[in-house]
Design a protein around this ligand. Sequence first.
Ligand SMILES: Nc1ncnc2c1ncn2[C@@H]1O[C@H](COP(=O)(O)OP(=O)(O)OP(=O)(O)O)[C@@H](O)[C@H]1O
Ligand SMILES: [Mg+2]
Length: 236
Amino acid sequence: MPGAAIKANGLGKWFGEGEAKTMAVRNVDLEAGFGEMIYIVGPSGSGKTTLLSVLSGILRPNAGKVEVEGIDIWNLNADQLADFRLNKIGFVFQDYHLFPRLNTAENVAIPLFLRKKDWDESIGEATRYLEVVGLKERANLPPVKLSGGEQQRVAIARAMVGQPDILIMDEPTASLDGDTGHAILKFVHENILRADRCIIVVTHDSRIYEFASRILKMEDGRLTVTQNDASLLQKG
Ligand SMILES: Nc1ncnc2c1ncn2[C@@H]1O[C@H](COP(=O)(O)OP(=O)(O)OP(=O)(O)O)[C@@H](O)[C@H]1O
Ligand SMILES: [Mg+2]
């Protein structure tokens, strides 16, 4: 695919006003290509989740521009934006955001179903991704019956199932043990990246740094490192 997957310029996002104003994202520029797996690291509260939300059409920025595959996403109307999120983006939320009334397989199948794929086919495809994350046996359980790590894996399967061009993962291994987190990110790296997608991962987990093409650092709303940083890429 030609051109950048994501191109952001001068992005700003703040919350509140006056004394209570929080500058969550400050003048961020970012360019991500197809076939890249970009990591963003940084302290709690530095704006990582806010930045991901602005890049993926979830949270409207106060300043700047986001182009995804050449489309200025914050100039789309509400319907176009919803279509964009459904068809182009897979998002693993830091706090999972599973649907409590749907079982595991149904949660994963939702993006396909919303794209008007046949329900049985959607469940079949969802089951294949549940196998990838080691949860095939949990397919019929509701989220409330799952551990935190299991819910996180359901969220990962749901983000991948529609094979979106852009996969965005917010702390995808936070609730997983080291081996499980490593195995899942390895799958993402080998299978999803190989399909020339663009993947952005926010993480504190140095055990999965080996899969990064680049590591960027976020500090106080600013993105500071823009090239491979040897000290960040060191394992352990
Ligand atoms: N909806 C909101 N309303 C008000 N302030 C917010 C909101 N969302 C985020 N913030 C503030 O913006 C700043 C950045 O938050 P954000 O969640 O992006 O940080 P983060 O880097 O993802 O942190 P963590 O590593 O803990 O997940 C914080 O000061 C936070 O309190
Ligand atoms: Mg966060």
